[in-house]
Design a protein around this ligand. Sequence first.
Ligand code: ZN
Length: 137
Amino acid sequence: MPALPAHVLLHIATTTGIDHRTANRNIRNSTCPRCRRTTLRALDDDICAADVRADPIPLTPLGETLAHQQHIPTYLVHLTGQKLQLENRHTPTLPRPPGTDVIPEHRCNNTWPYRVTHTESQLPKPATHTTPTDPPF
Ligand SMILES: [Zn+2]
């Protein structure tokens, strides 16, 4: 795909706040400029993406339902290669793929009841064992 002209990239950056140099699908830590809470930020799709700021709080299915009742979008967090990425949950009733989390869009000063959040992420854990290099193995 040909690169967009510089004046178009500048227009996108000034009207949407999306900087083409840093915006991509990979999740990065970010601080909300209004409430100063730690959030996760990434584009939510490859095409027609939104620059999403989400709370790093994995929701249970009940929590996701409550979020959608409050018109708060939710996002699937999944591993792509070695990178965590966001994907918009347009249909929250679909089952969640194993090894994924669902997190809500960030809303300043919003708190989630304890019972609707997972105490532990459902994402795969990094390997903790080591393979012996000396015989016998
Ligand atoms: Zn905020």
